[in-house]
Design a protein around this ligand. Structure first.
Ligand code: SF4
Length: 262
């Protein structure tokens, strides 16, 4: 099965409304049902097999997303060996740890990753002017929507498929993640090659291949996002409990829509 290469080169113009970006699902050969069917057929396949399937069916209209977590490191390693020209994008909220930017630079050196920075176009002072200071403390959903969800949606509008590092055992919302599924929010195919992996498998791959990772993981930070919303956790605690600690929020919103509508 192939996809129509019918999209214009991506743009990061950030004043387009989400409605203007809405794509007609019918213009693509891929549908929620066909993605579901492929997801079932690929169940049990290795991450390499899922990636190869994705590249064969969508290149060059396929990108990988990373937040620089250990899963992203594993996928970047595999992608660098299978299709090194793949663009890997990250959401720069202006609030990432300095260690994260250093890791990005190390990955360019070690694996030759082609990164693309995706940004809201809204500086922190501008956000404070419009929504008040420290929006992340008062309304993290809106803050994530402005700095992550909208920029990502606009970026993905130029592609037909994207690759993520989410795993089923990370949160209850991710428990039904398929290796390949339909992303309802972005109206495109989503590949989750590590969906069935455990955290131990991820770390084993990193260690065996001597891959770089964020040093904060060695200091009690199993899951790392913006420094404003990330805390260290005690041994044995839920690895994601340090994200938006003290708030019911567990997801920034970039993965929720496709998970909830499955
Ligand atoms: S993680 Fe926190 S600071 Fe980062 S975008 Fe979301 S609410 Fe804002």
């Amino acid at each position: 099965m192939s996809v129509h290469q019918n999209k214009s080169p991506h743009s990061q113009t950030l004043d387009i409304s989400i409605n203007e970006m809405e794509r007609d699902v019918q213009t693509l050969e891929w549908t929620p049902d066909s993605a579901k069917q492929i997801g079932m057929e690929l169940e049990g396949s290795s991450p390499e097999t899922v990636l190869r399937w994705g590249f064969e069916n969508f290149s060059p209209s396929i990108v990988m997303a990373t937040g620089f977590g250990p899963e992203g490191i594993v996928l970047m390693h595999l992608v660098s060996e299978i299709r090194p020209e793949t663009i890997v994008f990250y959401l720069d909220t202006d609030l990432l740890f300095s260690h994260t930017y250093e890791l990005r630079d190390e990955l360019v050196k070690r694996l030759g990753i082609r990164f693309e920075r995706v940004h809201s176009g809204i500086s922190l002072p501008e956000q404070a002017l419009r929504h008040g200071d420290k929006l992340w403390d008062r309304d993290p959903d809106t803050c994530c929507h402005i700095r992550k969800v909208i920029p990502q949606r606009q970026f993905l509008a130029s592609y037909n498929a994207w690759i993520t590092g989410i795993r089923r055992d990370q949160t209850v919302f991710r428990a039904n993640t398929k290796l390949v599924e339909w992303d309802y929010a972005n109206k495109m195919v989503k590949l989750n090659p590590l969906a069935a992996w455990t955290s131990d498998q991820v770390w084993e791959h990193i260690q065996i291949n001597n891959l770089p990772y964020n040093p904060l993981h060695d200091y009690g930070y199993p899951s790392i996002g913006c420094w404003t919303c990330t805390k260290a956790v005690e041994p044995g605690q839920d690895p994601r409990s340090g994200r938006w600690a003290g708030n019911a929020k567990t997801e920034c919103g970039i993965h929720l829509p496709s998970i909830q509508k499955q």
